[in-house]
Design a protein around this ligand. Structure first.
Ligand code: MG
Ligand code: MG
Length: 249
């Protein structure tokens, strides 16, 4: 069931989203070789609590941390750890959710650690841009498939693969609501977008094959071929015209 949000509810989600944006911006500034992913996790929790919100991911389906951190071939659901140090040339993605007055913001970014290869930088640029290509099509009257198709086309045109197993999703009082918005699909298919829908779009893009597998920790998802993966996400509100991005500064 798709839950449409009122203007007042969207405004609350924007507050939650703003907190997530602050977390991602502050963590991005701290990212450098030698720090641990657990340090980023602690920092995120502090920022979220300082804003009178709670870390949505903590305990979600039993997840044992406040954010997810994914290095290089890891693409989603990585668990921050005191043993995991960032190294020069890595790429690290951070996915963060904050719940404010019962409403959720959900966003992710992928950040270079020190100097990265031009190939890795291109992967980040294309993945981020694919998100904005999707957002441009996300407006009332379009269909979910229009958004999916434009994201997929942009990614594949640049020679990368779209992850199939994990998708964008409705978000609101719950982190995962209807509709699902995959990062692949066909134009003019899927649910019609309506004003008041709130959706997290989140392309996950692999440099090599599209296939993924889950590590023995039962959480961390990695690319099957061990090549790099990038992830960008925004929560948006569907409007009659341009979508409102709820998770930006
Ligand atoms: Mg997320
Ligand atoms: Mg999400």
């Amino acid at each position: 069931m798709i839950i449409l949000k009122s203007n007042r509810e969207i405004a609350l989600m924007k507050k939650a989203g703003h907190i997530v944006a602050v977390v991602l911006a502050e963590l991005t500034q701290k990212i450098k070789p030698g720090i641990t992913t657990a340090y980023l996790d602690k920092l995120a929790a502090n920022i979220i609590r300082k804003h009178h919100a709670t870390p949505t991911f903590n305990g979600y389906n039993g997840f044992p941390a406040n954010i997810t951190t994914c290095i290089n071939e890891e693409l989603v659901h990585g668990i921050p750890s005191h043993k995991r140090f960032l190294e020069e040339g890595d790429i690290v993605s951070i996915d963060c959710g904050a719940t404010y007055k019962g409403w959720i913001g959900d966003a992710a970014t992928t950040v270079p650690v020190g100097q990265i290869s031009p190939e890795a930088q291109r992967l980040l640029d294309v993945t981020e841009q694919s998100l904005y290509e999707g957002i441009e099509y996300a407006k009332a009257g379009k269909r979910a498939g229009d958004v999916s198709a434009v994201i997929q086309t942009y990614i594949e045109r640049h020679g990368y693969a779209v992850v199939r197993e994990y998708t964008g999703h409705g978000v609101g009082r719950k982190m995962h609501e209807d509709p699902q918005v995959p990062n692949f699909g066909k134009r003019r298919k899927g649910v019609k977008l309506r004003r008041g829908m709130t959706i997290a779009l989140e392309p996950m893009v692999n440099m090599g094959v599209a296939e993924t597998r889950v590590l023995d920790d039962k959480w961390t998802v990695v690319t099957k071929d061990g090549q790099l993966s990038a992830h960008f996400e925004h929560t948006i509100a569907i409007m009659n015209g341009e979508a409102q991005i709820l998770t930006q500064l």
